[in-house]
Design a protein around this ligand. Structure first.
Ligand SMILES: [Zn+2]
Length: 1022
């Protein structure tokens, strides 16, 4: 059959292979839900079935608190975890990621009480009972879990949502109680009356992890004298002393603790003196504080007795005026914590209100007292001889004033003033806490501390500084106050003697209680009759069967709940001798919270000596917090809170403009570019999470443009591969030099991404991918191969070579993006041509590909920069020509690279490279022709061309060259628009030799007709 003549073609463009992909240019909202389900729940279920059980990767979830709406910090946390899991999935692992929730505790209990108040249920002033509180709290937590779960799933988090655990689940509580019982059995749990942090606003004890320190808390400072009643023998004979009128001067920032004063501490090595004042009689103070005292006293005191050693003050007694005239005198005692640099050198000690004070008094058998009730009000014991003076007054406000007034009236206050300093606050109520001795249950940390610390040597910390931080928190702790006086929690399974209040807590008593809970449920602890003997182990009952013990009302610190969450990893628990989880990943605040409570409970459970105990985590990853664009914390009051939804919906950015410059949308309503969960994820991935992360419009704009670049690239690749059969891929040796450069760059970005992901450095991976996709792939390779791809013979070797490279690019790009933007990858698979789908597994189920050794060409590392230097010079010269309106399309010129004549230029490595690449330089520069020469002056054919422009460049180590851009030497080919066609002789279109061949070659095949109105050209495609 004779070939049709060229004029039969309606348009040359119909002979071009322009990319045709249905892949949408923007995220299709309608399809998102389907992709989301496929790349999360379906994928998780698939890998549980298909991946080997003996190659499991466990990421143990630090449970979020089941209260309130999720914020951007939750997104950071959950998405980081998801990326870690997906990366491991790409390495053939079976992922075990079961999400959890932390459900008990005060914030939920307070909300439950608030709800009840709002509903008017406490109209009669009736306090809500424990049972009602618990029911309401449970409802609130359940609702929050459901809402949070939906939001988490909407972020593309691949997890075992069906088997999620929560700390209020009976199964969880029983495992937690088992750990508690083990600690009881090891003697690690004890009850003691001693000072703890107490929140009057929340009416409960608090652990260190539940405190927030406020830097500008204002207190009353007072210098107060306590009358000395007995001088030590060494001083009695000193002349000038007035034994009836000597006071020990102390300094305090908590005057309300003065009624509970039991000791004044001095330092044995410090020098003290007695001074005479006109207003306050004689005062005992440290010599080192004398100069400061003058200002405070408002007079220059005279020294009566100098150089008394602190150790000589033993036997000195004084009177605490709050205890009444009959009260026993109190001692001065030596203590190492007394400083020569603060106060008066004498320290007021109230063992019921200070940790150091307590330890000192314990050593001397002095009992701690804390005449303050749960609400922070003085009790009648504060001033036994005149109870009404202080009783019922709040120690943080009116009580403090009353103490000072009483002392001022006696003339015992030397000075008092307001003072700003750092002070602990309740992290939930945001109100100040006090230190107050109460009966509490404690876990002994000292006993397991060494084992806990030694176990950290086997842990990988990311970032590395996490180790020191966690160690310092563990080292700084001797015991852990685990009891709380609240209803919404797991009960401390202790029994108390009805008459003596003595507590019973043994392995057997706990076992018995656990059996009852197993039968009756944990609510029965609160709902059963107070005297129900069923809860009491038989050996504790009276012979008559009556109970002489009652159940306690304390609940456990919620850090104990979440700290025992490692009990959820049953499979790993059965595999002795290795950490339970491969990774724990939380915010840096968890060093003193969950990381620590998990470590301590797990170490206690193991009951092994230091060196043999194993931490529950193999790798511990911590992340910072999210800040607004000005580096401030996000808070409702500042109005700078950014929600994850706003990032996914794109509403924080201006709406995208259409090609006509108008805002999209109907009736003038701006339509935002909603990029969905991938936008949120790419923001997380691109952030350096090891520090605090700033988020604002400029960061989000960059995220959007990166994500759009990935999408455009995938669309282009899918279009280019529409007719590609992977079985016809060319061998490496059959590729062009530019193709090989592209593969070497692909190899490089793949290795860099892989290495970064292995080190949990997602932002480094994103930087590598973005640099490659914008530079190497788009600006260089895609530009240089457009002619071959669109105008080359379909099925011809030149075009197939490009497709072979783009096929690899497509596969590797999917692998790199899989952990970061799984929805985009899932969507790309949906649009992947059938031949490619037949040849490959689903991209999210594939193993991360290894790079063939032959792609990793070392010589490209040196030659590519030289070629790129020439390319930049050509582009610069073209810009000048365009400025002079001599040319438009990059193809509308010829290029000559003229290397300066130097001694060694001929045969130099740089010349060899350019000669080697000479045939492909026109593609590389996207121009019609390229020649190279050695010449220091303008070559004749350039000089005589219609126009020419030049730029100088240094192509390697001082070898200078000139890039000439000049009027094309040949005619423009009407098909490919390159200026390489022979001189036009007739009215008929002119084609270049390559295009003549291609047209002949494809003339017999059935090319799809050009759609009406669609007149694409190679140049337009470029
Ligand atoms: Zn052509």
């Amino acid at each position: 059959m004779p070939a049709p003549t060229r004029i039969l073609w309606r348009s040359w463009s119909s002979t071009l292979q322009l990319p045709r992909s249905r892949f949408p240019a923007r995220v299709s909202q309608a399809e998102q839900a389907r992709y989301l389900e496929a790349c999360t729940d379906h994928l998780y279920a698939w890998q549980r079935r298909e991946r080997p059980a003996n190659s499991t990767f466990v990421l143990h979830d630090g449970p979020p608190y089941a209260n309130g709406r999720l914020h951007i910090g939750h997104a950071l946390n959950k998405i980081l975890k998801d990326m870690v899991c997906r990366f491991q999935l790409g390495h053939g692992k079976r992922i075990d990621y079961v999400p959890g929730w932390d459900c008990h505790g005060l914030p939920i209990e307070l909300r439950a009480l608030e709800r009840q108040r709002e509903a008017g249920n406490s109209g009669g002033g009736r306090q809500m009972g424990e049972v009602e509180v618990r029911r309401a709290a449970q409802e609130l937590a359940s609702k929050a879990i459901a809402e949070q779960r939906t939001a988490f799933q909407g972020w593309g988090i691949m997890a075992d949502w069906e088997n999620a655990w929560w700390t209020m689940d009976k199964g969880f509580e029983m495992k937690q109680l088992s750990v508690f019982r083990e600690m009881v059995d090891q003697g690690l749990i004890y009850r003691r009356y001693k000072p703890v942090y107490w929140s009057p606003s929340s009416r409960t004890a608090l652990a260190e992890a539940e405190l927030e320190y406020k830097d500008d808390h204002e207190s009353w400072v007072a210098y107060v004298k306590f009358p000395i009643t007995k001088l030590p023998p060494a001083l009695i004979s000193e002349r000038g002393l007035d034994p009836q009128n000597i006071g020990a001067l102390i300094w305090t920032t908590t005057p309300w603790t003065l009624p509970a004063n039991r000791v004044i501490a001095v330092h044995g090595e410090l020098k003290y003196c007695v001074v005479q004042t006109t207003k306050y009689g004689q005062l005992l103070i440290a010599v080192s504080r004398l100069s400061q005292m003058a200002a405070i006293l408002g007079e220059e005191p005279t020294v009566v007795v100098e150089n008394i050693r602190g150790s000589e003050l033993g036997g000195c007694l004084y009177h605490n005026v709050f205890q009444g005239g009959d009260a026993a005198p109190q001692p001065l005692l030596p203590a190492p914590f007394v400083s020569a640099d603060a106060g008066s050198g004498l320290v007021h000690c109230a063992p019921g209100h200070g940790m150091e004070d307590y330890d000192l008094c314990l050593k001397h058998g002095i009992e701690a007292v804390a005449p303050v009730n749960d609400e922070g009000l003085f009790t009648e014991k504060a001033m036994p001889h005149s109870p009404k003076t202080l009783q019922g007054k709040s120690v943080l406000t009116g009580g403090n004033d009353a103490v000072l007034k009483y002392l001022t009236d006696l003339g015992h206050v030397i000075a008092s003033y307001r003072y700003k300093h750092k002070y602990p606050y309740d992290w939930r109520s945001k109100l100040p806490v006090i230190i107050r001795a109460t009966e509490q249950w404690f876990a002994d940390v000292k006993g397991i501390r060494e084992a806990a610390l030694s176990s950290l040597d086997g842990v990988t910390f990311i970032p590395e500084g996490g180790k020191t931080r966690l160690e310092s928190f563990v080292k700084g702790r001797t015991e852990w106050c685990i009891s709380r006086q609240r209803a919404w929690g797991v009960p401390i399974p202790a029994l108390y003697h009805i008459q003596t209040d003595d507590a019973v807590l043994t392995k057997d008593s706990v076992s018995h209680i656990m059996e009852v809970i197993a039968r009756r449920g944990i609510e029965a602890w609160w709902t059963d009759d107070e005297n129900d003997p069923a809860w009491i182990a038989p050996n504790l009952l009276e012979e008559s069967g009556n109970a002489i013990y009652r159940r306690g009302k304390d609940t456990m610190d919620v850090w104990f709940d979440s700290g025992t969450s490692w009990t959820q990893m049953q499979e790993r628990i059965s595999q002795q001798g290795q950490p339970l989880a491969d990774v724990y990943l939380e915010g840096t605040d968890q060093h003193r919270g969950w990381f620590q409570s998990s470590l301590l409970t797990h170490i206690a459970h193991q009951n092994r000596p230091p060196g043999q105990a194993i931490a529950p985590f193999k790798t511990l990853v911590t992340h910072g917090f999210t800040l607004d664009h000005e580096g401030r914390k996000m808070s409702k009051s500042l109005g700078n809170v950014i929600s994850p939804d706003e990032i996914m919906s794109g509403t924080l950015l201006p709406p995208p403009k259409t090609k006509r410059g108008k805002v999209e949308g109907s009736q003038g309503q701006p339509t935002h570019d909603a990029m969905g969960p991938d936008a949120l994820r790419l923001w997380v991935a691109g952030s350096d999470y090891t520090k605090d992360i700033v988020i604002g419009q400029s960061v989000l704009k960059a995220v959007h443009s990166s994500l759009q670049k990935y999408r455009v690239t995938i669309k282009l690749l899918l279009g280019a591969l529409e007719d590609f059969d992977p079985s016809s891929a060319l061998a490496y040796d059959d590729l062009t030099k530019l193709d090989k450069i592209a593969l070497s760059q692909l190899a490089h970005v793949t290795s860099a991404t892989l290495e970064a992901l292995q080190q949990y450095d997602f932002s480094k991976a994103v930087i590598a991918i973005n640099k490659w996709i914008n530079g190497d792939l788009s600006a260089f390779y895609i530009e240089s191969v457009k002619d071959r791809l669109y105008a080359g013979l379909p099925g011809g070797i030149s075009r197939r070579a490009v497709q072979t490279v783009l096929y690899h690019v497509y596969n590797y790009l999917q692998a790199m993006l899989a952990p970061l933007t799984p929805l985009l990858v899932e969507e790309s698979w949906n649009y992947t041509p059938q031949l490619l789908r037949n040849a490959n597994a689903h991209p999210l189920k594939r193993i991360f590909p290894t790079v063939p050794a032959e792609w990793q060409r070392k010589e490209t590392a040196t030659s590519v920069p030289w070629l790129m230097a020439a390319n930049s010079a050509v582009k610069a010269a073209q810009e000048i020509a365009r400025g002079e309106k001599k040319m438009g399309s990059s193809l509308q010129c010829s290029v000559l690279l003229a290397f300066d004549e130097t001694e060694n230029v001929e045969g130099s490595p740089v010349m060899r490279v350019f000669q080697d690449y000479k045939d492909e330089l026109d593609s590389l520069f996207v121009v019609s022709s390229v020649d190279i020469t050695v010449s220091s002056s303008v070559p004749l054919h350039v000089g005589t061309a219609e126009w020419h422009y030049a730029t100088r460049f240094d192509c390697s180590e001082g070898q200078m060259a000139t890039a000439y851009v000049f009027a094309p030497l040949n005619e423009k080919c009407d098909r490919c628009w390159r200026y390489v066609a022979p001189t036009r002789t007739t009215e008929e279109d002119t084609l270049c030799g390559r295009c003549e061949d291609v047209v002949q070659g494809i003339s017999a095949t059935d090319l799809p007709p050009v759609a009406a109105g669609e007149v694409p050209t190679a140049a337009a495609a470029a």
